[in-house]
Design a binder for this molecule. Structure first.
Ligand SMILES: [Zn+2]
Length: 225
C-alpha cells in the first residue's frame, strides 16, 4: 500500500473522454453517436470531428469548440494531451495523456486496416492502454476488404439488371464502401439513402472523392427504378 501511495498520483483535469452525458469539458475521439453526444460546455476534438458533430447535431451542439490537430500537444493543468490518428473514420483520434513520465493512451474506436477515407492509424507508445475491444475476441475474423469488394463487383457485373442494396452506417462505413468500389474502377452512379447525403458531401468537400452519387428517393417521387 505504501508503494502504491508513493507512486499513485491523482491529477484532476476535470475533463471526460467521450462522456455519455453532458459535462463541462469533453474530449471527443470521433463523431459516431455512441462517442459524441450533444450538450457539453467545452469540446476538444479534431477539426473533422467538430464539423461532423455540427452537421449531425447542429451548430450549437456544444457551447465552445476547440480544435486540436494530430500530433500537436496541448497542456491542460500540467497534463499533456496529444491526438494521434485512429484510422476509424474521418477525424477519429486516439488521445494520449502524459503526466511526468506516465503515458496513458485512449484509442477510442480504431482500426489498423488501410482506409482511404481517413487518416491512417498510428501506433502510440504508452504505459497504459485503454481501448474499446468490441471485436477483440479471436472469433471475430474480418475478411479482407479487397476480396469482399471483388465479390460485389463480380455480382454487379453478373447481375447487372438487378439492383444491389447494401446496408451501411451513414458515417464512415458508407463512405469507405463507396471509396473501395471507386478504387476498383466502378464509376456508375451510386444511389444513396437521404440519411447519407450530408456526410457524403462533407467527405467530398474534405477532398475524398466518392464519384457520382444520387439520392435513391427524392421527396414526392414514388418510384425511381
Ligand atoms: Zn465509432
Amino acid at each position: 500500500m505504501d508503494w502504491i501511495n508513493k507512486h499513485l498520483q491523482i491529477v484532476s483535469i476535470n475533463t471526460f473522454i467521450d462522456p455519455i452525458f453532458p459535462v463541462e469539458n469533453a474530449i471527443i475521439t470521433h463523431a459516431h453517436a455512441d462517442h459524441a453526444k450533444p450538450g457539453h460546455n467545452n469540446v476538444l476534438a479534431t477539426k473533422h470531428t467538430i464539423e461532423i458533430m455540427k452537421i449531425r447535431y447542429g451548430e450549437n451542439c456544444a457551447n465552445n469548440f476547440q480544435e486540436l490537430s494530430f500530433n500537436s500537444p496541448l497542456n491542460i493543468n500540467g497534463v499533456k494531451v496529444t491526438f494521434f490518428p485512429a484510422g476509424h473514420i474521418l477525424g477519429s483520434a486516439q488521445v494520449l495523456l502524459e503526466y511526468q513520465k506516465d503515458k496513458i493512451n485512449f484509442t477510442g474506436d480504431f482500426k489498423i486496416t488501410k482506409d482511404d477515407t481517413c487518416e491512417s492509424f498510428r501506433p502510440v507508445t504508452c504505459d497504459t492502454l485503454v481501448t474499446e475491444a468490441t471485436f477483440g475476441l479471436p472469433i471475430f475474423q474480418h475478411p479482407d476488404p479487397e476480396v469482399e469488394i471483388n465479390k460485389l463487383i463480380d455480382s454487379l457485373k453478373t447481375f447487372s439488371n438487378r439492383p444491389h442494396l447494401i446496408g451501411v452506417y451513414a458515417l464512415g462505413k458508407a463512405q469507405r464502401l463507396i471509396k473501395l468500389l471507386r478504387n476498383k474502377g466502378y464509376d456508375e452512379t451510386i444511389f444513396i439513402h437521404g440519411a447519407l447525403e450530408k456526410i457524403c458531401n462533407y467527405y467530398i468537400q474534405s477532398g475524398i472523392s466518392l464519384g457520382n452519387l444520387s439520392k435513391a428517393l427524392i421527396k414526392g417521387e414514388k418510384k425511381r427504378f
